[in-house]
Ligand binder design. Structure first.
Ligand code: NAP
Length: 304
């Protein structure tokens, strides 16, 4: 069997094109969606992430503002800024960039964001709504994986799903999203006794572990849907298995997922590539949430 590729990039592109029309409509009414990112300190990866979000927002007409606080800013200063932004009607979505400096309480910080501006779906209120089966904003990466599964338009009721990884941004919320479709989900983690057996049993296998090559062909049920959330940087090897160097003499690197793509795509029915699978969908979910937040603030109904 050769798996069909779930093209996250193309699916995300379609969502972004539709959002661009909605943003144009909102902007024409003087209600341009506005996303604001707060970064504490200057983590390089986080700065790069903010720049890429900014680019995507601006491409479809969403206003994007980035704000910085010094790395030694006290938690109460961040909480006070979030309180002001919650009251600021010109801001529709608030993101607090990870990682936060040591000593800051992530849950307290996230939960201080107004739930209707929590476009990353990280507040306790929005997480709690998932448990009630009435999502408001769900974490974007979990929503991305879920939307890619839904894009297949297959009946989900009765299927078994195995999610590798129990993080707050992927495994736990995805478990709850799949439950809403009457899937029977299982989450595996480092304490799972026989992870391979759970993986092999899955009609839908999602990996969010953060280890290259973690999911091998012998862990996949023939015909299964395989969603690879992992993002891992690994050296590019030459034909002898040695790392290749760039012009500066540094190891050339590439991005891979958790799934051993070549061998698993011979067994699976559907598979997401990395890059080009869950990653672009995660950004699309964030922008979609921002547009929804702006519509909500304007008292407009949201079709999707
Ligand atoms: P995380 O918080 O580090 O969670 C990793 C999970 O994997 C944990 O639950 C951990 O188990 C489990 N795990 C790790 N090694 C394992 C092993 N050997 N056996 C069984 N379970 C194992 O990671 P995350 O933030 O969810 O991210 C996961 C991956 O997704 C990373 O590669 C990250 O870069 C990527 N990611 C992608 C996107 C995207 O847009 N595509 C967005 C966010 C993250 P324990 O809980 O027992 O430690």
């Amino acid at each position: 069997m050769t798996a069909k590729i779930i093209d996250g990039k193309a699916i995300a592109r379609k969502i972004l094109d539709e959002l661009a029309d909605e943003v144009a409509d909102l902007s024409a009414r003087g209600k341009q969606p506005h996303l604001l990112a707060v970064q504490v300190g200057e983590d390089a990866a986080s700065s790069a992430y903010i720049s890429s979000q900014q680019k995507r927002c601006e491409e479809i007409g969403i206003k994007f503002t980035r704000e910085g606080l010094p790395a030694d800013a006290p938690e109460r200063q961040l909480l006070e800024r979030i309180r002001q932004l919650n009251d600021d009607k010109s801001v529709h979505g608030i993101m607090v960039q990870m990682p936060l400096p040591e000593g800051m309480n992530h849950m307290k910080v996230h939960t201080s964001i107004a739930p209707d501006k929590d476009v990353e779906g990280m507040t306790a209120a929005n997480m709690g709504r998932l448990v009630y089966g009435e999502p408001n904003f769900a974490p974007c990466t979990a929503m991305a994986a879920y939307s890619l599964i839904k894009s297949l338009k297959m009946p989900l009721r009765g299927l078994e799903a195995t999610i590798l990884g129990r993080s707050k941004i992927v495994g736990r919320p995805l478990y709850l999203l799949l439950l809403m479709d009457s899937v029977t989900p299982v989450i595996c983690h480092t304490g799972t006794a026989d992870l391979k057996a759970h993986a092999r049993n899955a009609d839908i296998l999602v990996s969010a572990v953060g280890r290259p090559g973690f999911v091998t062909a012998d862990m996949v049920k023939p015909g299964a849907v395989v969603i690879d959330v992992g993002i891992n940087r690994v050296p590019v090897l030459d034909e002898n298995g040695q790392p290749t160097l760039n012009e500066k003499g540094k190891k050339k690197m590439k991005t891979v997922g958790d799934v051993a793509f070549d061998e698993v795509s011979k067994v699976a029915g559907y598979i997401t590539p990395v890059p080009g699978g869950v990653g672009p969908m995660t950004v699309a979910m964030l922008l979609r949430n921002t547009v929804r937040a702006a519509k909500k603030a304007a008292g407009m109904r949201d079709a999707g």
